[in-house]
Write a protein that binds this ligand. Structure first.
Ligand SMILES: NC(=O)c1ccc[n+]([C@@H]2O[C@H](COP(=O)([O-])OP(=O)(O)OC[C@H]3O[C@@H](n4cnc5c(N)ncnc54)[C@H](OP(=O)(O)O)[C@@H]3O)[C@@H](O)[C@H]2O)c1
Length: 287
């Protein structure tokens, strides 16, 4: 690490993609500010970096709390004097039929996945501009290209991330700031466990008219084996985007993720919906 090393801020580093990305950036020589709601959950990452002689600071950051966003950006400004890479990774999924999702849960989903990402970016941009440019990496999903039933809340946040990212990409290009979107399919992280935790009060209801569909999504997410990519594979794609001279606007992680996104835009909606209703047990009885 040199005093002039570039500086990176990553949100949601307590596990999964955020943790792998913070580690990859530190290994690549970045001065990394790894953040999480509970800073104690960053202890093993911080220790691992310390023992390897890497620069990685652990800081508390709940992306839905403006005070914490301002504090971490101000600290980076004072301590490092620059910010070159921001990875907006923090997020979670809320499952359930639109009809049954309490409005406050839907608002919370947007507070974290959308407003959190926007608020962190807004706070970071002046410092990135003062640094002469940089890269904002927004973690979207295949769910930001292909909407799925029982995941309408999550998908709509990721569709928003896609739209906001592309708009911002054009707006900040003039300042040498590049905005890129990463669109992973399934990744082996705590994502499913956290989604089930956040949605249990909705998808465990036996009295729901959607009970059959909920059983199918529970089976899918409670018993998911290693069908996903490792988080390190996503981190690798993020590093490729960060290092690129002219990064693409969107990066897939695996070929199958890219195919799914492509199918979402090429297959007629009527055909896609028929298939997906069957998959989620949403067809009328006997069909
Ligand atoms: N895994 C997948 O299959 C998959 C696929 C496509 C996209 N993604 C996206 O990838 C990103 C990372 O997810 P992951 O797969 O790595 O899952 P994960 O292991 O559950 O990690 C999610 C991270 O987000 C953090 N987080 C949640 N709410 C937060 C808040 N209010 N403020 C700050 N941090 C918060 C969590 O921290 P806490 O410990 O505080 O909860 C955790 O560190 C998410 O945006 C997700 O939507 C995941």
């Amino acid at each position: 690490m040199t005093a002039s090393a570039e500086v990176a801020l990553v949100t949601g580093c307590s596990s999964g993609i955020g943790e792998a990305t913070a580690w990859a950036l530190a290994k690549a020589g970045y001065r990394v500010y790894a953040t999480a709601r509970n800073v104690e959950h960053l202890e093993s990452l911080r220790k691992r970096a310390f023992e390897s002689g890497l620069f990685l600071q652990a800081r508390p950051l709940d992306v839905s709390k403006q005070g914490e966003i301002d504090a971490v950006i101000s600290e980076i400004g004072t301590e490092a004097g620059r910010l070159d890479v921001l990875v907006n990774n923090a997020g979670y999924a809320l499952f359930g039929a639109i009809e049954e999702i309490p409005s406050e849960d839907l608002r919370r989903q947007f507070d974290v996945n959308v407003f959190g990402l926007v608020d962190v970016s807004k706070a970071a941009l002046p410092l990135m501009r003062r640094s002469g440019g940089g890269t904002i990496v927004n973690i979207s999903s295949v769910a930001g290209r292909v909407p799925a039933p029982l995941m309408g809340a999550y998908c709509s946040t990721k569709f928003s991330v896609e739209a906001l990212s592309l708009a911002m990409r054009a707006e900040v290009h003039q300042f040498g700031i590049r905005v890129v979107i990463i669109e992973p399919g399934p990744v082996n992280t705590k994502f499913s466990e956290n989604a089930i935790k956040a949605s249990g009060h909705i998808i465990r209801r036996n009295d729901s008219p959607y009970a059959n569909a909920y059983a199918s999504i529970r089976t899918m997410y409670e018993n998911d084996g290693p069908i996903g990519a490792p988080a390190e594979r996503v981190a690798k794609v993020i590093m490729r985007a960060v290092r690129a001279k002219n990064p693409k606007s969107r990066y897939s992680v695996r070929a199958r993720d890219r195919l799914l996104s492509l199918a979402g835009s090429l297959v007629p909606t009527r055909v896609g919906q028929r298939f997906i209703r069957g998959y989620f047990h949403l067809n009328p009885p006997g069909r």
